[in-house]
Structure formats: C-alpha cells, structure tokens
Design a protein around this ligand. Structure first.
Ligand SMILES: [Zn+2]
Length: 117
C-alpha cells in the first residue's frame, strides 16, 4: 500500500469517527431525555392509579393494607420517603436542585443529605 493511500484511508476513518462520535453524543442526549420522561410518566401513572383506587374504594377499611395500623400522617410520610429513596436508587435526582433528572455522575451530595435526614 502506498503512503498516500494510507493517509487517505486514515483521514477517511478520522472523518467517520468524528461523525460517529457526534451521532453517539446525540443518541446519549436522547436516551437521557427518554429516561427522564419515562420516570415522569411512571410517577404520573402511579399517582393516577392511586386516585382511581381511592375513587373506587373510598372507605379506608376496604383497602388492602399489609402494614399494621398507624397514624395516617406517619405512614404517608414514610411512603413518600420510600418512594423518593427508590427513585434515587433507580438513578434519578430527588434533591430540589436537579429533581427528576437522571444522575449521570454517580452519587449527588444534595440528594444524599436529603436521604440522611
Ligand atoms: Zn441530586
């Protein structure tokens, strides 16, 4: 293979890699957006399901409840906390700085301080 031919090939590969890199980072942005949207829709879906269930079974005694009776406020707070902890462990921010956004860089100090409260 001639030197000139080799350089032409290398330049062609460089260009292809540049295009691929641009495509890859565009795809990464799209995936992050989709994951965030998916999370929002899941939360909205859960909220709506809860509303439908409350609408169908307005009496609290008719709701299946595995946990022992507790003061209402306390159990709601705990449920809320557990939902947020689950959200965090699924890879999303729960802090008021980046709430609902995907954690792309590991643990977040704002979220951690919230979880440790
Ligand atoms: Zn955070």
């Amino acid at each position: 293979m001639e030197k000139k031919e080799i350089f032409t090939q290398i330049e062609a590969m460089e260009e292809q890699m540049g295009t691929m890199y641009a495509d890859l980072s565009r795809l990464k942005t799209i995936v992050v957006e989709l994951l965030e949207e998916n999370q929002r829709l899941q939360m909205e879906n859960e909220r709506l399901l809860r509303l439908i269930r409350e609408d169908q079974y307005p009496e609290p005694t008719m709701e299946p409840d595995a946990e022992p009776a507790k003061p209402e406020g306390l159990s709601l707070t705990r449920e809320g906390y557990e939902n947020l902890a689950r959200l965090y462990h699924e890879g999303f921010h729960i802090c008021n700085v980046y709430y609902g956004h995907l954690r792309t860089e590991g643990d977040c100090l704002f979220c951690m301080s919230f979880l440790n409260k």
